[in-house]
Design a protein around this ligand. Sequence first.
Ligand code: PHE
Length: 338
Amino acid sequence: MKQKIETLLQEIEMSIIESPEQAEQYRLKYLSKKGELNNLFADFKNIDSSEKKEIGVLINNLKERAQHKFNEAQLLQSNTTYTQAQNDLTKPGFPFSIGTLHPLTITRQSILAIFERIGFTVAEGPEIEDDWHNFSALNFPEDHPARDMQDTFFIDKDFALRTHTSSVQVRLMENQKPPFRSLMPGRVYRNEAISARAHCFFHQIEGLYIDKNVSFADMKQTLLYFAQEMFGAKTKIRLRPSYFPFTEPSAEMDVSCFICNSKGCTVCKHSGWVEIMGCGMVDPAVLINCGIDHEKYSGFAFGMGIERIAMLKYKVNDLRLFSENDIRFLNQFQSASE
Ligand code: PHE
């Protein structure tokens, strides 16, 4: 028995494992169920109990050695394949996905680019705002429903998450001198139940144009230019009277439905028009609040939701998709971001 163990040990030491086939042969010969080692263990049962201790140790050593050699060979083999791949510099690189811009980023960039072409610059401000910048300076009366807990996320009695980026307009007017031609993109928060059409946060781009002798006609022409650049040269706009505390007169702007060419579809609810933004002439009270001479200067402001524009442009029917990070959704904007 001792002799047999010795011979096997030598055999094992001498055996060469350099290919998967050799490894398999080795495994079958020594380590498998019907292999040499198991045979030895079977014989071990029959030997004299006085020898058991000594021989047991030898067999266990042999087993360990056999297994170790096999494991080492396996490791070496997998390493070699890896190193070979690394060393072969003519091999094509490993493919990896480069990701895409988020559809809201794409939409934001195209809106900003359109206005930048006619001289607008970008202004940003904090998402946590005080009552003055979000409401009071903008002429919201003390008891205006938008200040209500229903709509606004209050942080404490003085601060809230901004409900629109008009707060950045106030900061701009307070800190700089007219003329202004600026855009205020950013995230805004409203306490709404989350559904396909509403979310408790969304993104806006607002605009402010203040100079001497700015008229309603200037606003109309600027917004027509935007609509045609954004939705196509044939796009028409329509202004409907509306109300905002900070503009007078105020309007909602519709564009002719570019999905059905105003023939009537579910997006425009068969009216031929889709609403895309609020706008109006800046109320003189707001100019006064921000320290601007309202006799000398006038201007217009507008504000739109980026989600809304993106939904229309890409025919997305559920607002929640924008914040769920589902790769199957995001991947669809691959070509749009190029
Ligand atoms: N601040 C308005 C809103 O959030 C949008 C708006 C901006 C309307 C500027 C008119 C002028 O709904």
